[in-house]
Design a protein around this ligand. Structure first.
Ligand SMILES: [Zn+2]
Ligand SMILES: [Zn+2]
Length: 343
């Protein structure tokens, strides 16, 4: 099979082709694994974090990709939950220990042995992959393979962020940063909490305009004060400034949910602007979102099909994965980038 592999940490200021195309054997499913013939594989910002070493793969070479859609072509001797030919998706959670306190209580995203697809196990930048049967999800019929792929990461993590924000219908919610995940969160909120007022904080006037079109009632700059105090704010930016700036807009008991796998260091000094009385006093709370649990993926896919959420996408053949990644790096984004595999 064809696969695009990462052989080590790469500096994307000196190379624009971090992945290499190889021809390798199709993997054999063992135990409860399924073999998927991949048809579509989303390209995520986290792949850049892996390539540049902020979230490095646990071994090399690695096949990246954690938003995978494919069909089951065969299964290991202990697999029993799915049938051959079924169309399924794979998300960031590849597997976890299954026995620790977190795994036993639906918080397998926090398992010390959590393994991520495309970071700790081979992922979707290939024609085939194997995956444990509990880590695949049926794709609702309303989605094409390409439409489903971007939902498996940004959507599922957005869904978890919204869960952790613990808002009720009618409460005010802020979103700081308005990329793929935030825009899906906005659509979910409109469906689930129709009376909730959504406030957007974004640097780009284009993003602010887009948010208002989608139903936000107010959109301002990252540093602006919202016209009302918010029950929760979800941060989807890679930097610190929006964290500090969001806290002042929270109500007493308000919660800031940080949905970012890593924060960049370049504006870390901004944290010194944190003022305890304004930003933290009155039981304000900060919580991060770590990974996704399986229930986030399956519940989100159902919700997305109901709404329905149909992401804008832009497709690339597998061999052009480097082009897709570099465009993401340069923020040339016209929709979720998806690799497609020919027959
Ligand atoms: Zn992702
Ligand atoms: Zn565990």
């Amino acid at each position: 099979m064809k696969a695009m592999i990462l052989s080590g940490i790469k500096d994307l200021t000196t190379t624009d082709a971090p992945l290499d195309l190889i021809d390798t054997d199709i993997p054999e499913p063992t135990g409860n694994e399924l073999l998927l013939k991949i048809t579509a594989s989303g390209v995520c910002h986290t792949e850049l974090d892996e390539i540049e070493g902020r979230t490095p793969p646990s071994r090399f070479p690695m096949i990246l990709g954690h938003q995978v859609v494919g069909r089951i072509t065969s299964s290991g001797p202990d697999a029993a939950r799915h049938t051959e030919g079924e169309r399924v998706g794979v998300a960031w959670i590849y597997d976890s220990c299954g026995t620790c306190q977190w795994c036993r209580t639906g918080l397998e995203n926090l398992c010390p042995d959590f393994r991520a697809t495309g970071r700790d196990a081979f992922g979707g930048y290939a024609e085939f992959m194997v995956v444990p049967e509990e880590s695949v999800y049926p794709i609702p019929d309303v989605f094409t393979d390409v439409e489903a792929a971007p939902l498996l990461c940004a959507g599922a993590i957005g869904y978890r962020s919204l869960r952790l924000a613990e808002i009720r219908d009618g409460q005010a919610l802020g979103l700081t940063g308005f990329g793929a995940s935030a825009h899906l969160v906005l659509k979910m909120v409109r469906q689930r909490y129709p009376d909730t007022r959504i406030y957007i904080f974004a640097r780009s006037p284009k993003e602010r305009e887009f948010a208002l079109d989608l139903g936000a009632i107010w959109a301002g700059d990252t540093t602006d004060e919202s016209p009302e105090r918010l029950h929760a704010v979800i941060d989807t930016t890679p930097v610190w400034k929006p964290v500090v700036e969001a806290l002042k807009n929270l109500q007493p008991n308000g919660r800031l949910v940080i949905n970012a796998i890593r924060k960049e260091d370049h504006d870390k000094n901004y944290l010194l602007r944190l003022e305890y009385p304004r930003d933290l006093w009155m039981e304000k709370e900060i919580k991060s979102v770590a990974n996704v649990a399986r229930s986030d993926v399956s519940e989100f896919l159902k919700l997305a099909a109901e709404i329905p959420i149909k992401p804008d996408t832009e497709t690339f053949v597998l061999e052009d994965a480097n082009t897709a990644l570099m465009e993401l790096k340069q923020r040339k984004i016209r929709g979720g980038k998806v690799l497609i595999m020919g027959d």
